[in-house]
Design a protein around this ligand. Structure first.
Ligand code: FES
Length: 397
């Protein structure tokens, strides 16, 4: 194949190319460009961020009453995507006519993904919950599941975080910390973890044996159990508080990572300011869907119980009935319309949609939109509630 001159091909780039460089380039063999997904960098990107992964349930462990861990293994020889401790994956579910996605933190180690080609998810039964209860009642060994690539930034970042992480976990919010503890013990993360794990009773504690075993073999991981409604030898009594954090945190800088139910965040909001930590040293993962917006003082009065949502996607419009108690995302899913979603807590931006008419209520504590989104009318349907008939445009990924 005869090559055209570089200057003809791209004069702006090659006009100043030195003669030696141009001669070397011209001397190379001319061949067609590889396909985009054949470039080494793109191969790595596809391996780390596949659009979807198909896995199979290969093991189920009952952790406590109403809590099970599921091992999900790749169904082909293609390796599953690697992840950082603290990340989650999104599970796709079809329940009757509902098309749902739900994020679950990975409780296994990154090493397990690499060596055994599997993730472990832990699912807890929720009163009136749809997805978690469906999984607990229906997933058996062999169930095939479509999941996303690992996502989320509740991860240890040495350039940002202090060397010691004080982990504050509540209930099933322990899962990302189990993964982090394993990653530290495996030598995949260079950090110390001082974990304060709060539960109501000892029957609610998850992964205690695994955590105790990690502490035995790795002196970088320490765990203190904190029970609000029970007693256990060696455990603290009460709630995760500033006083307790001060008691166990190291001298000097430390990061605080928080994962647990909304009530725990509300209480910690009153406690963390007492520690005088720099903002970058406080990181949290929201856990669970935002419910009951009417309980907030700034929720408007006289909102109808039911409204209409017109969902526009690639030019097609569908109008559905919606309960103003449900997030817009939940209403769309209930109508069987597939909608993009990942974190479901307002932080990742994956569900971002344009509000073209009507009013919505967005609780301040979960409004993770960028400034430009406010100006141009974009919302996160996963944490926005309709106040009137609305029209939104969603964007399929
Ligand atoms: S799904 Fe993450 S912001 Fe809505």
């Amino acid at each position: 194949m005869k090559k055209p001159s570089l200057r003809t091909l791209n004069p702006a780039k090659f006009l100043k190319a030195g003669p030696n460089r141009e001669a070397r380039i011209m001397a190379t063999e001319a061949k067609p460009l590889p396909k985009l997904n054949e470039y080494p960098a793109n191969k790595i990107a596809i391996a780390l961020h596949p659009k979807k992964q198909v896995v199979k349930v290969t093991n189920i462990v009952e952790r406590a009453s109403g809590v099970k861990s599921y091992t999900l293994k790749a169904t082909t020889d293609t390796p599953i995507a690697y992840f950082s401790a603290g990340q989650y994956i999104v599970v796709n579910l079809q329940i009757g006519d509902y098309l749902l996605t739900r994020p679950y933190s990975i409780s296994s180690s990154p090493k397990q993904a690499q060596v055994d080609n599997e993730y472990e998810l832990t699912v807890k039964r929720v009163d009136g919950g749809l997805a978690s209860n469906y999984i607990l009642d229906n997933w058996t060994i062999g169930t095939e599941v479509t999941i996303s690539a690992p996502a989320g930034n509740f991860t240890y970042e040495p350039l940002r975080d202090a060397k010691t992480v004080v982990g504050l976990a509540g209930g099933s919010g322990i899962t990302p910390f189990v993964s982090l503890a394993k990653a530290i013990a495996d030598g995949d993360e260079d950090a110390n973890l001082m974990l304060l794990y709060g539960c109501a009773t000892k029957n609610d504690m998850l992964f205690k044996d695994e955590l105790d075993a990690i502490c035995e073999k790795c002196d970088k991981v320490k765990v203190v159990y904190v029970l609000s409604n029970d007693k256990l030898e060696g455990a603290e009594e009460g709630f995760l508080s500033a006083e307790l954090i001060k008691k166990y945190a190291p001298e000097g800088d430390y990061s605080v990572f928080i994962c647990g139910p909304q009530g725990m965040y509300n209480y910690l909001d009153t406690q963390l300011p007492l520690l005088g930590l720099r903002k970058k040293f406080i990181r949290h993962e929201l856990f669970g869907e935002y419910r009951n917006p009417q309980a907030n003082a700034d929720y408007p009065e006289c909102v109808e119980k039911s409204v209409k949502i017109t969902v526009v996607c690639r030019g097609d419009a569908t109008t559905i009935e919606a309960d103003t108690n449900d997030t817009i995302l939940v209403s769309i899913e209930k109508a069987g319309i597939p909608a993009p979603a990942r974190c479901r807590s307002g932080s990742c931006g994956w569900c971002r949609a344009k509000l073209t008419s009507g009013d919505v209520y967005i609780p301040k504590d979960v409004d993770g939109r960028k400034l430009a989104d406010y100006d141009y009318g974009y919302i996160h349907p996963c944490c926005s509630f309709p106040l009137s008939d609305i029209t939104i445009e969603i964007f399929k990924k």
